[in-house]
Ligand binder design. Sequence first.
Ligand code: ZN
Length: 316
Amino acid sequence: MKKILLLTFIIATTLLLFSCALWGGIETEARTDAVPDTESATRATETPTAEPTGNATEQPTESATETEAETEAETEAVTLPGPPEITYDVNAHLGSKRVLIDAGHGFADPGCTSDYLNGVYESQLTYEIATLLAQKLTEKGYEPVMLRGTDSFPTDAEIRAAVAELGMFSRDDVLLENNIFDAYERTLWGNVIHRRNPVALMISLHVNALPEAEYVRGTELYYTVDNGCAEPSAKLTAFIETKLKTAFPDTRLKTEGCVWNDSFIVTKWTEMPSVLVEMAYATNPEDAELLFDDAWRDKDTAALAEAIDSYIATRG
Ligand SMILES: [Zn+2]
């Protein structure tokens, strides 16, 4: 028993330590993925267990320091093969006006920070901005659903019970009763919410970090092509890209298809169209200032809400 407790503690601590790197370094890593072509997107839809393409390691990187960060992050990543078999209705999202908002991190997993955030962590920023996005979606007639609150989240026991009740597949070896609501747990819970009452999509908000290269700034968008909802996710991402480019024409904006990346659980294991938005860089002083700026927050969430509105209005 002691051994089990010790093991659990070690794993929980390890997950906690890695979480920042996971969402900082590894998320950054995916920027080097190739934009998926139609063929790979189609293939991924048909055979979700297709072999990884290896694109993530083939692309050129922006700097040597970034390469080091990526290598480190890759070796630390929690391995979660996937995505799961498609045992769900990939069209359940159609017709829904519910929008699932995942404010990245939270609780024992604070996400990233930097010297420019004055002691504030990513989890607080994502929650505040997610709340603003929820307000804007409500104004447009949608029903926002927050994946987590400020002071509560489903325990692993609750997630397990819901997963069992709904007959969903889950990885028991990954769901370790660490109760930190990490990426896998939040994704499972998002799927539970979706199965009980379908949502149109899930948008995951994050703040990026690259301490080794503070000059890097801007917004990045990710979805996973190796997912049953790859096609609508690509459409959703394209709408967000267009709206953000219009709102912030001078901001660096990268849109990449994440073909195979173990860190992107929230876009790979989700059972609905999903996109991950790295809103700005905590490690860049100008970006860090924006993250606290009310005018920027308002403009950013307005663009996201417009994109979601446009996507839902035009989808098949
Ligand atoms: Zn993050």
